[in-house]
Design a protein around this ligand. Sequence first.
Ligand code: SF4
Length: 352
Amino acid sequence: MAHKTRRIQVGSVAVGGGAPVSVQSMCNTDTRDVAATLGQIRDLAEAGCEIVRCAVPDREAAEALRAIRAACPIPLIADIHFDYQLALIALDAGVDGLRINPGNIGERWKVREVVKACAERAVPIRIGVNGGSLEKELLEKYGHATAEAMVESALGHVRILEDLGFDRIKISLKASDIRRTVEAYRQLAACCDYPLHIGITEAGTTWSGTIKSAVGLGTLLYDGIGDTLRVSLTGDPVEEVRVGWEILKSLELRERGPVFVSCPTCGRCQIDLIPIAEEVERRLHDLPKKITVAVMGCVVNGPGEAREADVGIAGGKGQGLLFRHGEVVRKVPEAELAEALIEEARRLAEEE
Ligand code: SF4
């Protein structure tokens, strides 16, 4: 059963309270370079990014947020460590959310200033606990950064905000290993109803990070935990967005573009299927409609899968059958199979 959370608003995007799980990413450009950052944000938005975050390491970066916000097509979050003045500049620049840990800001009056500015603008704060930077006292108490220590850290930050009457809160608890992350989120979900931003931090390169994120986030989402997600990859952040969407699509939590089905091939396959499947996926990935596209190697499982899909092919000897909504459209020579399937999928998308 889904973990029930309260809803907050990050600009135009609702997070929690049954809202669709949103896909986030973070720019890896220098925030002070407004043109480069906006260019990346546009690429991210086109790939389906719904909320974007920028690092704010100094005053110049905080001031650049004004120009970025003015042209940013999606809600913008400022990621700030320690410095309350940077948070105030970012809020003044019009950001839609802050990621800052109140326990790291310092004196109470500084936290109060930030919370007051957030409350006036209805801007939420994400508390982002990272297993790699836990408070010294908690490391001493628990021996190392355990799931319990991460949860205690998050609740400590939450209490600071609640004591100031602020509850537009979102929480993340990221560790670089799946077991600890999943355990921490489960424990936190059992004891609070703030919306949860989920992710496996420092997950790795596009290949290994995709697998880790799919396993970790998939486990949480299958349990109904998670209101917004970020896949962290050492690579192009656009890939983070694509992976995030594929995770949500595979659990049928969101829909975006086509769903691909293809067989692994085996000794029964009599066409060169792998390049066909790759070409079909590459050329159809930006199709705006949810259409199931099947690429199957032979007549054993092929026609069944191809029939159940909206469009599909099932290979034979040097040729294949093209299906649409379970009906055979025609026989197609092997060399034309990819093109025929792509055309049929595009036609169907236009008609529907
Ligand atoms: Fe093998 Fe046919 Fe199954 Fe593909 S669909 S894996 S070719 S049996």
